[in-house]
Design a protein around this ligand. Structure first.
Ligand code: NAD
Length: 473
């Protein structure tokens, strides 16, 4: 039987004012799932009203008190991990290891900000005798968080945890494809003792919910993860209202491999790029740049490894029929330009992959850098490889992109790895597989957006600095 999921507003389930619901779909089977409330500007208004009412009292609590409640949200995520993983699974078709990672990391955001908020402070400024001058870190009030479908709960928690820790109330507008886990978490957080009105969820489409939310005059900051087009639209709304925005947008990130690298590990990183969420990851390093002397050898290893990947076991499906068609269309356009894939380049005609929206992991080898497949974000399991000669060409190719989210460099010469890291235009660079975690700030250069999530930086993003100065005479 189809279950209907309402909004979560002011600590309660709230039926949509318009009375209608939207369908969802399990992309691994193409079967219909539960329904979600089709939100409207009326629902947004209710949520922002409740958030604005709850926030001042929350902001007056100490960092330690807020942190204590955030720890409880982390505990409740851990305690309900299996249920949250299952809600994500039916919405996205992801494989179990990926689901576990995302839910564990969701709890980790709350634990991290529960801790670091206690160590956050303003500063005193020494202006000589006669005055006492200091800064206060004050919340924005109500934060609007508009999140995508590719890591649904995880990306909601990435925004919620620091925004709440800094003393804000939050209204989340999750993707209409994957809202149910976020609504469920809001209920669990209320049951764990998070005061009503601090964590609200209004589900529905971007135009009906996301736009009015960002435009609401009581919203003090907008945080968005998603496509460049929607990011530009929301940034314009924020600019008109003169409120700040954090934008985490797309990517076409480089994975640079020198001949002296550990080729086994570099090949594994390239395979993981294709397999993880079927490439539907903003930080996927989908341009494999390889020093010419080892290009063919490395590509052969990567191709052999991706051909061993099994749909539903090693990687999940594409999220929607529309995105599935878009990836297949990319294949058709690439073929029309004369380029054949080294492997993949099609959906599954039979077997388990044909039941859901699965696409064969695909590698295009030796691609000219001007081709669309080497420049545009596909958001599917598609890797392009480009050979280079020497450090300068590697760097030029790495930076030859409108995006700048992530860089990955593999070399036996660590100094060279760090030289590249200095010069790659991206918000984060991993050398030889260095970890990027909840603690490490994350965000874009160029068309990948601006502002930083994660790390202590995100806590600062959700607060504004006030200077107070007192004359002692
Ligand atoms: P999208 O921009 O279509 O949707 C993202 C969110 O914005 C959803 O909640 C959607 O309902 C909402 N939205 C859509 N149109 C809107 C409008 N007119 N007004 C207000 N809200 C609107 O993106 P998507 O398809 O969900 O995600 C895929 C894209 O997101 C890819 O390009 C990917 O690179 C990017 N992405 C980036 C990151 C990151 O951290 N940088 C993470 C995940 C996805």
């Amino acid at each position: 039987m189809t279950v209907r999921h309402d909004h979560w507003i002011g600590g309660k389930a709230a039926a949509p004012a318009g009375g209608s619901y939207l369908p969802t779909l399990d992309p691994s089977t193409r079967e219909p799932g539960d329904e979600i409330a089709a939100g409207s500007p009326v629902d947004v208004d209710r949520a922002v009203t409740d958030a604005a009412a709850a926030q001042p009292q929350w902001a007056r609590r100490s960092g330690a008190e807020r942190g204590e409640l955030l720890h409880r949200v982390a505990d409740v995520i851990d305690a309900h991990a299996a249920e949250l993983m299952e809600l994500e699974r039916v919405a996205t078709g992801k494989i179990a290891t990926q689901l576990r990672f995302e839910v564990e990391q969701s709890a980790a955001y709350f634990r991290y900000y529960a801790g670091v908020v206690r160590a956050r402070h303003g500063r005193t400024i020494d202006l000589g005798g006669g005055s006492h001058t200091y800064t206060r870190l004050e919340p924005y009030g109500v934060v609007a968080a508009i999140t995508p479908w590719n890591l649904p709960l995880n990306q909601a928690c990435r925004a919620l945890a620091p925004a709440l820790a800094a003393g804000n109330a939050v209204v989340v507008k999750p993707s209409e494809l994957t809202s149910i886990s976020t609504v469920r978490l809001a209920r669990l957080a209320s049951e764990a003792g998070l005061p009503d009105g601090l964590f609200n969820v209004v589900t529905g489409t971007g135009p009906e919910v996301g736009t009015p939310l960002a435009a609401d005059p009581r919203v003090g900051r907008v945080t968005f993860t998603g496509s460049v087009a929607t990011g530009r639209h929301l940034a314009r709304i924020a600019a008109d209202r003169l409120v700040p925005a954090t934008l985490e947008l797309g990517g076409k990130s480089p994975l640079v491999v020198f001949a002296d690298a550990d080729l086994d590990r570099a090949a594994a990183a390239a395979v993981s790029t294709v397999a993880t969420n079927s490439g539907q990851v903003c930080s996927a390093t989908t341009r494999l740049l390889v020093e010419a002397s080892v290009h063919d050898e490395l590509v052969a290893r990567v191709v052999a490894a991706v051909e061993r990947l099994t749909p539903g076991v090693d990687f999940g499906p594409i999220i929607t029929e529309a995105q599935y068609r878009k990836v297949l269309d990319f294949f058709a356009r690439t073929l029309a330009s004369g380029l054949r894939p080294a492997t993949g380049g099609a959906a599954y005609a039979d077997g388990p992959g044909a039941k859901g929206l699965y696409i064969r992991p695909t590698v295009y080898a030796g691609v000219a850098p001007h081709l669309p497949v080497a420049r545009e974000e596909v958001f599917g399991p598609v890797l392009v490889t480009l050979p280079f000669e020497g450090e300068d060409e590697a760097l030029a190719l790495a930076n030859d992109s409108e995006y700048g989210l992530v860089g990955s460099v593999w070399s036996g010469d660590v100094a060279r790895g760090l030289r590249l890291a200095e010069r790659i235009e991206a918000g984060q660079v991993a050398v030889n597989g260095g970890p990027l975690t909840v603690e490490t700030p994350f965000g874009g250069y160029k068309a990948s957006g601006y502002g930083r999530e994660k790390g202590i930086e995100a806590l600062h993003e959700y607060a504004r600095v006030k200077t107070v100065s007192l004359s002692l005479y």
